[in-house]
Design a protein around this ligand. Structure first.
Ligand code: ZN
Length: 443
């Protein structure tokens, strides 16, 4: 497979000042939900919240205590454009009333900027398509507080648990570490009785929104075995999306039987290759099998792949609408396996690499928990775009041994120095000449 071009997208438009300005512009269009005469504006409040997630503060309270220090007020203004930051309680109350639907335009505006700088071109796969894995993740859980949108489950001991989940969609490429998250979709109580119903209904909304909002994308939807069902594949076809979906013998018995039969009749393709490390990669594939007994009319192409490193064999199976042949099964396999990028490089990063996605920042009465989930994803998107297109950001990250130490350095400077601009902040971290670039706060 052709490696991705060396040239990276690079432009000042892909740097923090212009990305944050773009987000602020979208926040300023959000309709006011309060009575009037308010001191704190919605853009200032949402930008303060975004700053909290961008700087990776683990608690609202800590952010609140420090927000009133003159140096923090100064830096919130120079870096995030916040003229008047609300207190912790005020922030929760204002954000709680903002429907997450109004946060979606900030994502699409950033994607438009990225699109104009050819970022999505770098993610093309299998002849001009884009791999878009979908997956759900929990981001709030409580035995006590709840809201009208909470999903509810009763545990074995009868205790009720309230929780919130987001369905994420991320543009990925097997050769790229950065991922580009799209605006997520909240999985809410009204979505169904079972966890699977809930995820399926949220997936319908998310896929329809991707179709409407991302006309420049040609998605290959990548999902696990739960999604390999008739109604879902029909929806993907209606929307004009391609797919690579996991299948399991336990869920798709008839399909696996038909595949075995095709093998016996000798109509399946089969070959093995060995790579430089001696790992064996094996493929078996058949085109045009019926999905299952209830949807024999849905024809799918079936791919089985195994990897053997001398000790252990791992087997994967997918269905896809790409016509399979010896020349493309490796690319389809890598596309199917890129699903782990939403689990690992997105959700695990958001939970354990500084973003605190599962941390309880507050639940609110209407939209707070969901909005905080969206804003965490938005902060992550901004970092990912900078990692793709801002050389100063990349230099600053490279200067620290780990991401954790990078975020720690960022917070230390934010709290201790008067920072005139992002450019100088990234240079200060990248080159390590703090004192000559920043003014130490001595108040
Ligand atoms: Zn809730």
């Amino acid at each position: 497979m052709k490696p991705i071009a060396k040239a990276e997208p690079s432009s000042s438009l892909l740097s923090a000042p212009s990305l944050l300005q773009c987000v602020r512009k979208e926040f300023s269009r959000i309709p006011e939900h309060r009575g009037g005469g308010e001191v704190y504006t919605i853009p200032d409040t949402l930008m303060s919240a975004l700053a909290m997630f961008g700087l990776k503060y683990s608690s609202l309270l800590r952010f609140d205590e420090q927000k009133n220090e003159p140096v923090v007020r100064h830096n919130l203004e120079t870096l995030y454009g916040v003229s008047l930051a609300p207190s912790d309680t005020q922030m929760r109350s204002i954000v709680d009333g903002v429907s997450p639907v109004h946060l979606e335009p900030a994502f699409t505006a950033l994607h438009r900027v990225a699109e104009r700088q050819n970022v999505f071109k770098e993610y093309e796969y299998l002849g001009g398509y884009h791999l878009v894995p979908l997956d759900g993740t929990g981001h709030f859980c409580s035995g006590k507080v709840s809201c009208p949108h909470c999903c509810v489950k009763t545990q074995g001991n009868g205790a009720v648990q309230y929780y919130h989940q987001l369905l994420g969609a991320v543009v990925v490429h097997p050769d790229r570490p950065e991922v580009i998250p799209l605006a997520p979709e909240a999985i809410t109580k009204g979505d169904g009785q079972t966890k699977n119903d809930c995820e399926r209904n949220a997936a319908k909304r998310l896929l329809k929104r991707i179709k409407e909002q991302y006309q420049h994308l040609r998605p290959i939807i990548v999902e696990d075995s739960l999604s390999s069902n008739g109604p879902h594949i029909k929806l993907l076809k209606e929307l004009g999306f391609r797919y690579i979906l996991g299948v399991k013998p336990g869920d798709h018995g008839a399909l696996f039987k038909d595949f075995d039969e095709a093998m016996r009749q000798g109509v399946a393709g089969e070959f093995e290759t060995a790579d430089k490390a001696g790992v064996i990669h094996g493929y078996r594939f058949v085109n045009g099998l019926g999905l299952n007994a209830s949807h024999p009319d849905i024809q799918v192409n079936f791919l089985e792949y195994w990897e053997h490193d001398g000790n252990r064999e791992t087997v994967f199976t997918w269905v896809t609408d790409f016509h399979l042949h010896q020349g493309n099964v490796e690319a389809v396999m890598r596309g199917g396996r890129a699903r782990w990028k939403i689990e690992n490089e997105t959700f695990n990063t958001l939970k354990s690499q500084g973003y605190h996605l599962e941390h309880n920042y507050g639940h609110g009465e209407k939209y707070l928990a969901t909005d905080f989930g969206y804003l965490t994803m938005l902060a992550f998107l901004i970092d990912q775009i900078q990692a793709l297109g801002c050389e100063l950001f990349r230099q600053a990250v490279r200067a620290r041994r780990t991401k954790a130490s990078f975020w720690e350095k960022l917070r230390t400077l934010f709290l201790g120095y008067l920072i005139p601009s992002w450019e100088i902040l990234w240079q200060a971290i990248g080159k390590g000449h703090m004192a000559s670039m920043l003014v130490l706060d001595t108040t």
